[in-house]
Design a protein around this ligand. Structure first.
Ligand code: SF4
Length: 329
């Protein structure tokens, strides 16, 4: 699947539709995980920009059993979008592979047992996929599609250090290589494909407009993702959440989020360098404005996408126009 002439990039939504043969939506879960950057293993303060409440829907903050959350979320989605055919149980906040394997297995199996769930989506850090977790994901992916999302954020080790991420870009490369090897191994699950069950898809989360970063860093991030052979990329714009260390830097004028126009240029820089087969899951993160200090663009997702497409059109380019790596899958 390549970018349509109108969209100029490859939408994840269409990839998912092709794999399952029907519209499939995510239902977000809060399963009670933490992360090594908060529990004291690496640090206690978290990444400098992290205020989990700012990216979790309010319905998740009072945690309920996974089955209950899923049933309620599916019912809401079915009311809002009657044409949806199935759902991915999306383990989103914190690091959702950061627990003993048997606890992970129990949570994932509980989600898969809920009526309407056709696969898992799991967000985590690249340093939270040790070999036993890789083996568990490959085992589940042999029968049910699993979409793993690793938070890279940027390929720049200097920026990762400034953000107190607690891992470097090499940790991401190592995780992707081990996961890719597991899915391609004889008897491994392969990637999700139309017409057959299972498959392990590898995605990455990146942030554009980070302090100290411009087009050069964004292109380097795209090149790292392309070289790693990721299947999908989810983009967030850099924003400042209250009660974070970055909020203090923002008040001092040391961390300024991009304007919408600057963000559109960075998104175009990223897309041009990502090979066309890489599906774009999202081009910016929609947030509750009351939980964000900056930026306040006062636009919706359609307008943000339109700005990015307009920038690509202005350049006469599209996703993959300047890619250095061809993806083979
Ligand atoms: S952003 Fe993610 S990895 Fe960083 S502290 Fe927050 S939950 Fe942990």
């Amino acid at each position: 699947m390549t970018p349509s002439s109108d969209a100029r990039f490859t939408p994840f939504r269409e990839r998912i539709h092709a794999i399952f043969g029907m519209p499939v939506h995510k239902v977000t879960l809060e399963a009670g995980f933490t992360c090594p950057n908060r529990d004291g293993t690496l640090a206690q303060g978290g990444c400098s920009y992290c205020n989990v409440a700012s990216f979790s829907p309010p319905t998740l903050r009072a945690r309920r059993p996974v089955t209950e959350q899923l049933r309620a979320g599916i019912a809401r989605k079915r009311r809002a979008r009657p044409g949806v055919g199935g759902f991915l149980a999306y383990f989103q906040p914190f690091s959702n592979t950061y627990a003993p394997v048997e606890r992970l297995r129990a949570l994932y199996e509980e989600a898969l047992a809920v009526e309407g769930v056709v696969g898992l989506a799991i967000g985590t850090r690249p340093d939270c996929v040790p070999e036993p977790v890789v083996a568990l994901l490959a085992e589940i992916a042999a029968r049910t599609a699993v979409f793993l999302e690793l938070g890279l954020e940027t390929a720049s080790d200097a920026t990762l250090a400034r953000l107190d991420r607690g891992h470097d870009a090499a940790a991401f490369v190592d995780a992707i290589e081990r996961l890719d090897a597991a899915r391609r191994a004889p008897g491994g699950p392969g990637t999700p494909e139309p017409g057959r069950p299972g498959g392990l898809a590898l995605g990455a989360h990146v942030i554009l407009g980070l302090p100290g970063e411009g087009a050069t860093e964004v292109r380097a991030t795209a090149d790292l993702l392309a070289a790693g052979g990721v299947d999908s990329v989810k983009v967030h714009h850099f924003y400042v959440a209250p009660r974070t260390r970055l909020a203090d830097a923002w008040r001092r004028g040391e961390a300024t989020p991009p304007t919408l126009e600057a963000f559109a240029r960075l998104a175009a820089d990223l897309l041009e360098r990502l090979p066309a087969p890489v599906a774009i899951e999202r081009l910016w993160g929609e947030l509750d404005a009351r939980r964000v200090l900056a930026p306040h663009w006062r636009v919706g997702p359609d307008q943000v996408r339109a700005r990015i497409v307009a920038e690509l059109r202005r350049r006469g380019s599209r996703q993959g126009s300047r890619a250095l790596t061809e993806v083979t899958s």
